[in-house]
Ligand binder design. Sequence first.
Ligand code: G3H
Ligand code: 13P
Ligand code: ZN
Length: 324
Amino acid sequence: MSVSYKELGLVNTREMFAKAMKEGYAVPAYNFNNLEQLQAIIQGCAESNSPVILQISKGARSYANSTMLRYMALGAVQYSKDLKTNIPIALHLDHGDSYELCVDCINSGFSSIMIDGSHLPFDKNIELTKKVTDFAHKYDVTVEGELGVLAGIEDEVSAEHSNYTDPNQVEEFVKATGCDSLAISIGTSHGAYKFKVKPGEEVPPLRFDILAEVERRLPGFPIVLHGASSVLTSYVDIINKHGGNLENAVGIPEEQLRRAAKSAVCKINVDSDGRLVFTAMVRKVFAEQPKEFDPRKYLGVARSELLKMYKSKNENVMGSAGKA
Ligand code: G3H
Ligand code: 13P
Ligand code: ZN
């Protein structure tokens, strides 16, 4: 049975991005796979009065069950109202890899879809993105396409090396596909090992020159950054201090993301930072309280710390706090 996101209290990304573009901030797009992550995202965005995009990957759907996740997201809409806020919430498919998956998500109440054809030849990427967009727009679901390849490994998409977006291709891609936003590659990458640098060494800056050229060619068009976790040292240190081994984990410096958020970048994706916070707190509780075996005790600590991290992102990185 099909259900429209509009009946579920969700919104697509069109107005969210128009406001973000006008006012110079980025809407946070946070991935979730479980209840505690989702609670922290919603409470964090409610408390900072920020719009939010809830992201579900194909991997998350198979881990947590697609029906479960969908109802959790819907519960989240109601939860945000219980918290006495009316923040806009979009439910977004992250890295959709086929037309069929996108259709399934649209039919089950997603308000926004990413079709990731970035690994395909240009013409095939256009063909697939257009096919998805034509279907999605019948239901007023917004579509994110991608041009350029990010390095890093995800469940379904993997690439050894990044391949920066070619600004010469963006106008044709957007015009031919009709997509609503475009993910580009300017030096971010997925996961917790974004750059090979020695401890203390500066990471290479993002390619703001490519971003500027894309903006020049697509004035007012919403741009998306994937792979934008900062891999916060404080959490990596907690993990490593309590039995973990995340050597040389490094992310995108927050000040570079802040700069991007003020530009045409309207959506910034963060998954790994949530995973790191969660792991750090669970490891800490296990190490310090070896007799503890009530999951609420360690998951609850992880959830509280996640809440702080999301609020801090909204306030200090995205600039989305107070913008709902
Ligand atoms: O960019 C991808 C997200 O981090 C989702 O990762 O496929 O492991 O759920 P996943
Ligand atoms: P990170 O791995 O940097 O959190 O990126 C997440 C992402 O791009 C989700 O699509
Ligand atoms: Zn991504």
